[in-house]
Design a protein. Structure first.
Length: 126
C-alpha cells in the first residue's frame, strides 16, 4: 500500500516551486532568457537554465529564512549533481549553448529581493 505524501514535504516542494518562479521572474526582469525550468536529466535536476548574451547559466535556487542559510544550503554533493546534470544537458542540447557557461545560485529570502550569485561554483572546485 502506498503511503500518503508527507505534508511537510509537500509544503517544502510548493515553497521551492514558488522560489523558482520568483527567481525566473527576477532573471527575466534582468533581460535573461529562460531556457528551462526544473530540468530533469538522468543524473540530476537543474532548477533554471538561462541565457543572457553569450552566457548560459545553470542556476540553483535556494529559499530559506535568511540569505546565509540559503547560501549554505548548496552542498558540495549537490553542486556535483548540478554539474553532472548540466554536462548531460549540454551533450543533449549542444545547439542551445551559445558561448560560455557557468553555475549560479539565486537566493530567495522573505522581504528581500532575490540575490543572484554569479559563478557560485564550478566543475574545477569539486
Amino acid at each position: 500500500m502506498t503511503k500518503p505524501p508527507d505534508p511537510r514535504r509537500r509544503k517544502a516542494e510548493q515553497a521551492g516551486r514558488q522560489a523558482e518562479e520568483t527567481a525566473a521572474e527576477f532573471l527575466i526582469g534582468q533581460h535573461w532568457e529562460i531556457l528551462g525550468t526544473r530540468v530533469k536529466t538522468r543524473v540530476g535536476e537543474i532548477d533554471l537554465i538561462a541565457r543572457k548574451g553569450e552566457v548560459t547559466a545553470f542556476i540553483e535556487v535556494k529559499a530559506r529564512a535568511s540569505r546565509d542559510a540559503a547560501l549554505y544550503a548548496v552542498t558540495p554533493r549537490q553542486a556535483k549533481r548540478i554539474i553532472a546534470a548540466a554536462n548531460y544537458w549540454i551533450a543533449a542540447n549542444p545547439e542551445s549553448l551559445g558561448g560560455d557557461c557557468r553555475f549560479d545560485i539565486i537566493l530567495v529570502s522573505p522581504y528581500l529581493l532575490p540575490e543572484h550569485i554569479e559563478n557560485a561554483f564550478g566543475a574545477e572546485a569539486w
